[in-house]
Design a protein around this ligand. Structure first.
Ligand SMILES: [Cu+2]
Length: 411
């Protein structure tokens, strides 16, 4: 992620109920967009002056509270920055007349990408692994960690077309390498010359041409009401300026969830559970761990936040029903979509999830810098079931001593 490591893990469904909508869905139809941070760029371009790693970038963030700003966007690992080498853009090859299922993954540490393809529509059929009722748009905003599948019909004249993937994230004036317009790839029809599109590079549809995704308008493929909640949890997100922070050491960037800044415990949460932890009192306050009974429905309410950016909250191991999207004031319990990353921001967000899957599951902001500064909780459910199902091996027991002998800065 922040160091450039990336890879897609796609679980293909041979019984996909939407497979009649597309002809091609393979290794060549995966689009990974990401942010190219100074560390990655130095590594990629062998340019020592950008040879920062995540550690100094994090140090800068915790000292100032200012999110590091990426040099460029990347599309399947390739990106250009202002004044940098004109590396060839990633090319997506298509054949006229065929329909493609593109699986788009935002792998970035921070950036929000806006995806569009010149002269083509995008028909959304999936959110984070959950099939949706097909909805056609021409522009999609994606937060860090989010995934969409879109069907694109190669129904235009044989030519080269821009795939636009501009992004926002942090204050661009803090990194003059950044030129979001250079974040893009090429859709190349078979028979078209191996050349850049003749059209100018744009940020995508705008004005009357724009038909952008509104997340709240998406519906699941199979209409179903969300179950009624058994438990309600309200989570308030608050940023603390470094000057007021008491996180680890005073003077560091800090994010709180309900007045607690998450700090990874020395003894892992799962180990504590296996050793008998049963209630919130058995965990450090800074683990911000919610103990939930099995097989219940939990509703999480994020009140509107004064912070105007959307935090992509991600729940591990579960899809939630998105009862209220940050994109709308609408409350939808009748037929909400399911997904596992949704924005939390200025209008408020409501989610419901089932605790039928036992485990201590991270529930955190997917912006790497915010996560590091404490914007995380753990939703632990089915503790007795965990103890019945998880049986550590000798190899497992050896992990802790190996960890304990690591130098402190690697722990
Ligand atoms: Cu965040």
């Amino acid at each position: 992620m922040t160091k450039g490591l990336r890879g897609a893990l796609v679980v293909y469904d041979p019984e996909d109920p939407l497979k009649d909508l597309y002809d091609v869905d393979d290794v060549n139809t995966i689009w990974q967009v990401g942010d190219c941070l100074p560390s990655f760029e130095g590594w990629l371009e062998q340019r020592p002056r950008w040879h920062n790693t995540t550690i100094p970038l994090l140090a800068g963030y915790v000292a100032t509270g200012i999110v590091p700003v990426s040099d460029s966007g990347t599309f399947n690992g390739i990106g250009r920055f202002q004044g940098g080498p004109e590396v060839p853009f990633h090319v997506v090859n298509v054949v006229q007349g065929k329909r493609y299922r593109f699986r788009i993954i935002n792998t970035s540490a921070r950036n929000v990408f806006t995806i569009s393809v010149d002269s083509h529509n995008l028909t959304i059929i999936e959110t984070d692994g959950n099939p949706t009722s097909p909805m056609t748009v021409n522009s999609i905003d994606m937060l860090a960690g989010q995934r969409y599948s879109v069907v694109v019909a190669a129904n235009q004249p044989v030519d080269n077309y821009w795939i636009n993937a501009p992004f926002v994230g942090g204050d661009p004036s803090r990194n003059l390498n950044q030129n979001a317009t250079l974040s893009r790839a090429i859709l190349r029809y078979q028979g078209a010359p191996a050349a850049d599109p003749a059209a100018p590079m744009s940020l995508g549809p705008a004005g009357a041409e724009l038909n952008a995704l509104v997340e709240a308008n998406l519906r699941p493929l199979v209409a179903a009401a969300a179950p009624e909640p058994d438990i309600n949890i309200t989570l308030n997100l608050v940023v603390i300026p470094p000057a007021d922070s008491i996180f680890q050491t005073a003077g560091k960037a800090q994010w709180n969830v309900n007045n607690v800044s998450y700090l990874a415990p020395h003894t892992p949460t799962l180990v504590k559970i296996l050793e008998g932890a049963n209630s919130a009192n058995d965990f450090n306050v800074t683990e911000n761990t919610f103990i939930l009974p099995a097989n219940k429905i939990v509703q999480v309410i994020f009140p509107p936040s004064i912070d105007d950016e959307a935090h992509p909250f991600h729940l591990h191991a579960n899809n939630f029903w998105l009862i209220k999207s940050n994109s709308s004031e609408e409350i939808n319990t009748a037929n909400p979509i399911k997904r596992d990353v949704a924005g939390v921001g200025s209008t408020g967000t409501i989610m419901r999830f089932s605790t039928a899957n036992p485990g201590p599951w991270f529930f955190h902001c997917h912006i790497f810098w915010h996560f590091f500064a404490g914007l995380a909780t753990v939703m632990a459910s089915g503790l007795d079931d965990i103890r019945k199902e998880v049986h550590p091996t000798l190899q497992w027991d050896l992990e802790c001593p190996l960890y304990d002998i690591l130098p402190t800065d690697l722990q």
